[in-house]
Design a protein around this ligand. Structure first.
Ligand SMILES: Cc1ncc(COP(=O)(O)O)c(C=O)c1O
Length: 439
């Protein structure tokens, strides 16, 4: 057995204890549990790259506004189910400032994180038309969204966009849409886990097909404007965050407080329903609810049933953050840019020791450095690589769980501490020495 920083038996025992037969299918929580256990037993610090949790302090703009709101006593009052008018206006202005698109305040609805935004959107989209009973994922993606559909008993289809970038996306998408069963298409941009960013030419293809086949687009902007190759931080000035809003009329933009504002703990986001979609009446919704438009059903029926609105004080925080960002008094991207710097350093170490980037390009451009990146090692499949790296005190999740068909891992930069680059360098040097045949 090779000499590794963490005794292999410790990892193998931890995996057996959780009864994980195939490590490529281990969930984020399982990988985290094994890393914590192995760390405690071995005393070796792990370089933890499995969790996509913000590793930065929360936005002080948000915290201040929220404390003030709590001190004014908002905690005793149910928030307006439509969302606070200040937040609705701030979200609409934010979209204008950073996407250069128009969504009326009416359609900008607070949710308890984008998680709830997609749950409510999946429900609403699936109920519009009984023939359209399936959600299409442009994968790789955020695994919990599929779990949401499993929880609600809805169907989904998925394809890995890896081989379908640019013009190739058109035929692939159309092969699904022409069957007539797709109600909505979902993707994240920048993408969790691969950090690819769909380009305007690709969004145009998605938008045009969505219009032709009358499909709703769910654009998950959890990593809003965090493509650090461009400076997207200047309100009302190009370049803007690319968006489907420019290419079709029926969409929901899911904006989250969690990553861009490091506000995950307060569970706040805004689901921004396009004006046309908000006012559209669908036969399925009329039949089920006796009336209402997509927007009113989304708010007054679905969100009301799910949580009766979104935490009052968190709405004040989100309103303050969006407003200050759009006014230009708060550069939220400056605070999260560090993720990109971490990714650059980490990738350099991995690549120097024989690893390669799995999702490496946006058409002709190298992918951006950001919150996540994907790595592979020649001759190793996802499960083997994930497990092997655990022996070297490095934890990351397999791409299998994200709907990717590629062999490799997702690495998240959010928990990396400054002293860990040297650790990673030493460990990956040893890893490469121990696996020379596969290089
Ligand atoms: C792509 C994507 N969508 C949504 C979410 C969840 O966002 P929220 O915390 O706003 O529920 C995440 C969080 O990791 C994510 O990566």
């Amino acid at each position: 057995m090779k000499n590794t920083p963490v005794e292999q038996k410790i990892i193998d025992d931890a995996i057996n204890e959780l009864q994980i037969a195939d490590f490529s299918k281990a969930t984020i929580r399982e990988v985290k549990a094994i890393a914590s256990k192995a760390e405690a037993v071995s005393g070796v610090e792990f370089i933890k790259m499995e969790m996509g949790v913000p590793g930065l302090p929360p936005s002080s703009v948000g915290v201040k506004a929220e404390i003030e709101a709590l001190q004014r006593g908002v905690a005793s009052l149910y928030p307006d189910i439509n969302g606070m008018p200040e937040l609705k206006k701030a979200a609409s202005d934010f979209i204008k400032a950073f996407i250069n698109a128009e969504v009326s305040p009416e359609g900008c609805v607070p949710v308890t994180g984008s998680m709830q935004g997609t749950f409510a959107s999946f429900l609403a989209c699936s109920q519009c038309n009984e023939k359209k009973d399936t959600i299409l994922f442009i994968d790789p993606g955020f695994p919990v969204q599929k779990q949401q559909l499993t929880v609600m008993g809805q169907k989904y289809e998925t394809f890995d966009v890896y081989d379908y970038r640019g013009e190739r996306l058109k035929d692939k998408l159309e092969s699904y849409l022409k069957k007539g069963n797709i109600s909505a298409i979902v993707y994240s941009n920048p993408n969790n886990p691969s950090w690819i960013c769909l380009k305007d030419e690709e969004l145009r293809i998605i938008g045009e097909l969505a219009t032709r086949y009358d499909v709703i687009i769910l654009e998950d902007l959890a990593y809003f404007a965090m493509d650090f190759r461009k400076d997207l931080s200047k309100p009302y000035q190009p370049p803007f965050q690319p968006s489907i809003a420019h290419y079709t009329d029926h969409y929901i933009l899911l904006i989250s407080g969690s990553k861009a504002f490091s506000y995950a703990g307060q569970r706040i986001g805004v689901s921004c329903i396009s004006d046309k979609l908000y006012h559209r009446k669908y036969p399925g919704l009329t039949k089920r609810y006796g009336g209402g438009s997509f927007g009113t059903v989304f708010i007054h029926r679905i969100l009301y049933a799910l949580s009766s609105g979104t935490s009052h004080s968190a709405q004040f925080a989100m309103a303050a953050m969006l407003k200050a960002a759009a006014e230009g008094s708060y550069n939220f991207l400056e605070e999260v840019r560090v993720y990109g710097e971490r990714a650059r350093k980490l990738k350099e170490i991995f690549l120097r020791h024989g690893f390669y980037l799995v999702y490496d390009k946006d058409l002709d451009d190298p992918v951006a450095d950001g919150f996540y990146f994907t790595i592979g090692y020649p001759g190793m499949n996802s499960g083997k690589l994930a497990k092997e790296l655990m022996y070297y005190g490095v934890s990351a999740i397999s791409l299998v769980t994200t709907g990717s068909h590629q062999e490799g891992l997702r690495a998240c930069t959010s928990f990396i501490k400054d002293h860990q680059y040297t650790q990673l360098e030493e460990r990956m040097k040893l890893f490469a020495e121990n696996h020379p045949a596969t290089r």
